[in-house]
Write a protein that binds this ligand. Structure first.
Ligand code: ZN
Length: 341
C-alpha cells in the first residue's frame, strides 16, 4: 500500500566546486529552491502541491481573512528588511531595489550563502521545509475538500515538530492553524517522533523507572536543567517549535518521545497540561495500534516509509540517472527522509 501511495520529492543543489554559466551559486541555489518547491513530481504526482501548501500556510488561507501580504523579510539583493509579496504571489520585486524576489526567499537561506559558495546546511534546511510542506499537503487537501476526514486522521512525522533558525517563520502560522482548527471544532491529530537527540537520551535515562502507562510533559525548568543542561534564559522552543515534547510509555519496550501540537507558542512549557495537547486522547488510544516490535519504541508507518524510501528506490536512482545526463556535474544531496505518510 505504501509503495503505491508514496509521493517522492528529490532535488539537487550545486553547493561548491560547480559553475553554472552566467550565474552565481547564490542565484542558482535560490532559483533551485524556488523551482523545487514548485515540483510536479514524477507523472505529475505532486502537481505543484508543495507550492500551494506553502502559500496556504504563509498566507494563512484556512482563515476566511487570510494575510494580504507576507511579513517583511530580508531582500536577497539589497539585504534590507523590506521584501514582501502580496496575497498568493509566488514572486515579485523588491520595493526598494526592484530585484526579483521569490516566496522561498522568506526562509532566509541566502543569508548563509556567498556568491560562489553555499553550505551543506542549505540542503538540510531545504529538506526541513519540504518535509513540512509534504505533511501539510494532505491536511490542506482535506481542509479544503472535506474537513470531517481530518477528525479520523493521524498525521505521523519522522522527527520533531520544529523548524530551526529562520525557517521558524513557518512555525508561527502552523501554530495558528492548529489553534484555528481547534476553535472550529476540528482537532487535527499530528505527532512527530524523535529518534535521536537530547530528549531521546533523556528517555533512556528515565524510561525504565517510569510507570507503565504513563505520560510526561517536561516543563521549561526541567528541560533547561535536566535535558539540555543549559543556563540559557528564556523559554525553550518559543519560536521554533510547533509541538510540545511528550514522553509516553506503554510498556517497557514501547516508550518514545513524541511532539504534539498545542496551538500555543513555547509558553506552553511554563505551565504544561495534558489537556492542551491537541487530540491527545485520540493519539494515546491510536498509537498502540501502530506500534512496531522490530525496534524499541518504533512506529510502523515510519518504519514502512523508511523502507520504501531506501536508497535503491526512486529518489536517488532516478535522480542519479537524470543528473548523469545533465550538463552540470554537481554534487548530489539526496536524503531518504523526505516523505509523506
Ligand atoms: Zn532589495
Amino acid at each position: 500500500m505504501m509503495k503505491r501511495s508514496a509521493l517522492f520529492h528529490a532535488t539537487a543543489f550545486p553547493l561548491r566546486h560547480v559553475m553554472v554559466p552566467e550565474k552565481s551559486i547564490y542565484q542558482t541555489v535560490r532559483e533551485i529552491i524556488f523551482e523545487s518547491v514548485k515540483d510536479i513530481g514524477l507523472d505529475d504526482a505532486l502537481d505543484g502541491a508543495m507550492m500551494e501548501t506553502l502559500k496556504w500556510i504563509v498566507f494563512e488561507k484556512w482563515n476566511p481573512k487570510p494575510k494580504d501580504a507576507l511579513e517583511e523579510f530580508g531582500c536577497p539583493h539589497c539585504h534590507q528588511n523590506v521584501a514582501t509579496l502580496a496575497y498568493d504571489q509566488e514572486k515579485g520585486q523588491c520595493p526598494r531595489c526592484k530585484g526579483e524576489i521569490f516566496i522561498t526567499d522568506m526562509f532566509g537561506l541566502h543569508l548563509n550563502m556567498q556568491e560562489d559558495f553555499a553550505p551543506n546546511q542549505v540542503a538540510t534546511d531545504y529538506m526541513s521545509v519540504s518535509e513540512t510542506m509534504m505533511i501539510f499537503t494532505p491536511i490542506r487537501y482535506f481542509w479544503e475538500n472535506n474537513k470531517e476526514v481530518l477528525k479520523n486522521c493521524l498525521m505521523v512525522k519522522d522527527g520533531p515538530l520544529a523548524l530551526r533558525a529562520t525557517l521558524a517563520k513557518l512555525s508561527a502560522p502552523i501554530r495558528r492553524f492548529f489553534k484555528f482548527a481547534k476553535e472550529q471544532g476540528i482537532e487535527v491529530a499530528m505527532i512527530g517522533q524523535e529518534k535521536t537527540g537530547a530528549f531521546v537520551d533523556h528517555l533512556h535515562l528515565i524510561g525504565d523507572k517510569a510507570p507503565v502507562g504513563s505520560i510526561f510533559i517536561p516543563n521549561n525548568t526541567y528541560i533547561r536543567a535536566e535535558i539540555q543542561h543549559s543556563n540559557l534564559a528564556g523559554i525553550y522552543g518559543t519560536d521554533t517549535n510547533y509541538g510540545a515534547k511528550v514522553f509516553i510509555k506503554y510498556n517497557n519496550y514501547h516508550k518514545m518521545v513524541i511532539n504534539v501540537p498545542t496551538g500555543e507558542r513555547g509558553e506552553f512549557v511554563e505551565n504544561p497540561s495534558v489537556n492542551k495537547l491537541i487530540a491527545i486522547k485520540k493519539i494515546i488510544a491510536t498509537l498502540p495500534k501502530i506500534l512496531s516490535n522490530r525496534h524499541e519504541g518504533a512506529l510502523l508507518p515510519i518504519e514502512l516509509a523508511n523502507g520504501i524510501a531506501s536508497l535503491s528506490t526512486y529518489p536517488s536512482a532516478k535522480a542519479l540517472e537524470l543528473f548523469s545526463d545533465a550538463l552540470i556535474k554537481s554534487y548530489l544531496i539526496v536524503d531518504d527522509s523526505v516523505r509523506c505518510i
